[in-house]
Design a binder for this molecule. Structure first.
Ligand code: DLL
Length: 433
C-alpha cells in the first residue's frame, strides 16, 4: 500500500522538476528571510538567480549543528514567530540545545511524511498504535503521533518509560503497532517475558523502530522476541523529525521523502559529493519547509544511497542503514571503531544478550578499550574455566573485526543499564581531559 501514490512513485524526471522548483523557492526564501544564509551566499558570491535546477545544489553553502547552536534559539527561522506553531529541541551532549521551529504547513508535511511510513509498514486506520517514543522536546513522540492521526489509526500517547504500564496497556488496549527505539523494544520484550504475559494475550504485529542505529541481527532478535515485523524509520529533528525515510515491504534500504528532503552523500573530508552508490556523510536540504528551512545540512550519519527503482513501485531513492556517525566514530590507538561493529559480533553469538557498553580510556598515554557484554543466563556460569573460554572466544572474534585487542568483561545478565530512549553504547573518558 502507498499513502501518496502520485508523489511516492512519480517518474524521476518529473520528480527532479518538482525538486528544482522547490529548491529555487527555498533558496529565495532563506536569502530573503534568514541573514545567516544571505551572508553565507554573499560570501560565496552566489544569488538565488544562480539556482535554476536541483543540480545547482552543489553551489549552496553547508549547514552544521554548530551553525544551529551559534544561531540559538531562533535566528535560523525563515518565518516570523507569529507563523511558528511548534518548537522542538534536541538536548545535545554539550552546550546549547539545537532548536527547530515549525509552521502549520511544516506540521502537515511532517504528519504526511510519517503517514507514508506507517502505510509502507502495512499500518492502517484499523490499527491501535502505542507510541512509546518520548513526548516533549524530542521529536519522536509527537512526530509518530501526528502520522498515526493522519492515517486515521488510534493513537496511545504512552511516551517512554514505565515499562509495566506499557505492557499492561498493550495487553488491555490491544495495541497492534509499537513505536519505540530498537533498544527499548528489546527491553520491553524481556519485560513481557518476566511478567509472564503470553504472546497470545497481545495483538502486536508491527514495530516502528528508529532514532538510533541498529542492525539486521537486531531486527531478527526483536522480531523473534515480540513476534512482530520490525521496520526502520529514520529522521532527525533538524530536518523534520522521524519520517525523513522509511522502509517498505522489500526492506532493502529506507525510501527518502525526496519531494520534501533532498539527499546528498558527501565525502566527509573534502565535502564533495561521492559517486552514486558510494558511502559517505548524508546531507539534506529541506525543499518545502517554511519555519526553518536548512540548506545541505550535514547529518554526520554515514550511509550510501540506492537510486535503482524498488520492487515496491516507489521511485524515491533509498538510504542504506546508518553505519555510524562520522562523529561517533571512535579512534582507538589509531584505529577507527564503530560501536555497530561490536554489536554485529555480539549478535552473531548465541551466548550473549544484545546489550553492551564500550568504555574507552587513556592510561599512561595509551588508549584502552573495555567492552562489557551481557552473557545470557543459560551461559553464565560459576565455573571460572567456562567463563574464561567464553571470554577467549568473543575476544578473538572482536579482535578480528575491530583490528585491535579489547579487554572484554563478561557481565551478569541484566546488569547493564537499560535505556528508555536512545541506548548509551559508549563511555569515552578521554573526552573529559
Ligand atoms: O531521533 C528522530 C527520530 C525519532 C527518528 C524517532 C526515528 C524515530 P534526533 O534526536 O535529532 O532525531 O536524532 C537524529 O538519530 O542523525 C541518526 O544519527 C540517529 N537516527 C535516527 N533514526 C535512525 C535510524 C530523532 N533509523 C539522529 N537508524 C540521526 C540509525 C538513526 N540512526
Amino acid at each position: 500500500m502507498i499513502w501518496n501514490e502520485t508523489m511516492e512513485s512519480m517518474p524521476l524526471e518529473e520528480l527532479r522538476k518538482i525538486q528544482s522548483i522547490r529548491l529555487r523557492k527555498t533558496v529565495e526564501r532563506v536569502y530573503k528571510n534568514t541573514p545567516f544564509y544571505r551572508r553565507k551566499m554573499q560570501e560565496m558570491g552566489i544569488e538565488p538567480a544562480d539556482i535554476n535546477s536541483i543540480e545547482d545544489i552543489v553551489k549552496l553553502p553547508f549547514t552544521t549543528k554548530q551553525d544551529l547552536r551559534d544561531n540559538y534559539p531562533f535566528d535560523l527561522f525563515a518565518s516570523p514567530m507569529t507563523e511558528i506553531v511548534r518548537l522542538h529541541a534536541s538536548s545535545g551532549t554539550t552546550g546549547r540545545p539545537t532548536v527547530v521551529g515549525y509552521s502549520q504547513k511544516d506540521l502537515n508535511i511532517w504528519s504526511e511524511s510519517v503517514a507514508r511510513c506507517i502505510t509502507a509498514y502495512g499500518g492502517t486506520k484499523e490499527d491501535i498504535y502505542q507510541v512509546s517514543y518520548g513526548y516533549g522536546l524530542f521529536t519522536g513522540g509527537l512526530g509518530l503521533h501526528g502520522g498515526v492521526e493522519r492515517v486515521g489509526g488510534t493513537v496511545i500517547p504512552m511516551s517512554s518509560g514505565n515499562t509495566n504500564k506499557q505492557i499492561m496497556l498493550m495487553k488491555d488496549f490491544g495495541s497492534s503497532v509499537i513505536a519505540c527505539t530498537p533498544s527499548y523494544a528489546l527491553f520491553l520484550g524481556e519485560a513481557i517475558k518476566d511478567m509472564k504475559v503470553s504472546r497470545e494475550e497481545l495483538k502486536l504485529r508491527i514495530g516502528i523502530f528508529g532514532a538510533e542505529p541498529w542492525t539486521e541481527n537486531m531486527r531478527k532478535q526483536i522480531e523473534e522476541l515480540l513476534g512482530i515485523k520490525a521496520y526502520d524509520i529514520y529522521g532527525l529533528s533538524e530536518i523534520i523529525g522521524p519520517g525523513v525515510s522509511y522502509e517498505c515491504e522489500c526492506q532493502h534500504g529506507a525510501h527518502i521523502n525526496e519531494d520534501h528532503f533532498f539527499p546528498e552523500i558527501l565525502d566527509p573530508e573534502t565535502l564533495k559529493p561521492v559517486a552514486p552508490g558510494e558511502q559517505g556523510e548524508l546531507a539534506f536540504t529541506t525543499i518545502t519547509k517554511e519555519g526553518m528551512p536548512l540548506l545541505r545540512y550535514r547529518t554526520k550519519d554515514l550511509c550510501s544511497l540506492i537510486y535503482e527503482k524498488c520492487d515496491c513501485g516507489r521511485t524515491f531513492a533509498r538510504m542504506t542503514r546508518i553505519k555510524g556517525r562520522s562523529d561517533d566514530m571512535l579512534i582507538i590507538r589509531g584505529v577507527n571503531i564503530f560501536p555497530s561493529q561490536v554489536e554485529s559480533v555480539i549478535l552473531e553469538m548465541e551466548e550473549f544478550e544484545p546489550h553492551y557498553l564500550l568504555v574507552v580510556n587513556r592510561i599512561n598515554n595509551l588508549d584502552t578499550l573495555e567492552i562489557q557484554v551481557e552473557t545470557k543466563p543459560e551461559f553464565f556460569s560459576d565455573e571460572i574455566n567456562k567463563m574464561i573460554a567464553l571470554k577467549k572466544k568473543i575476544s578473538g572474534k572482536l579482535q578480528s573485526v575491530l583490528g585491535i585487542a579489547a579487554d572484554v568483561r563478561l557481565v551478569e545478565p541484566r546488569s547493564l543499564e537499560r535505556s528508555m530512549g536512545k541506548a548509551v553504547r559508549v563511555i569515552d573518558y578521554r573526552k573529559l581531559d
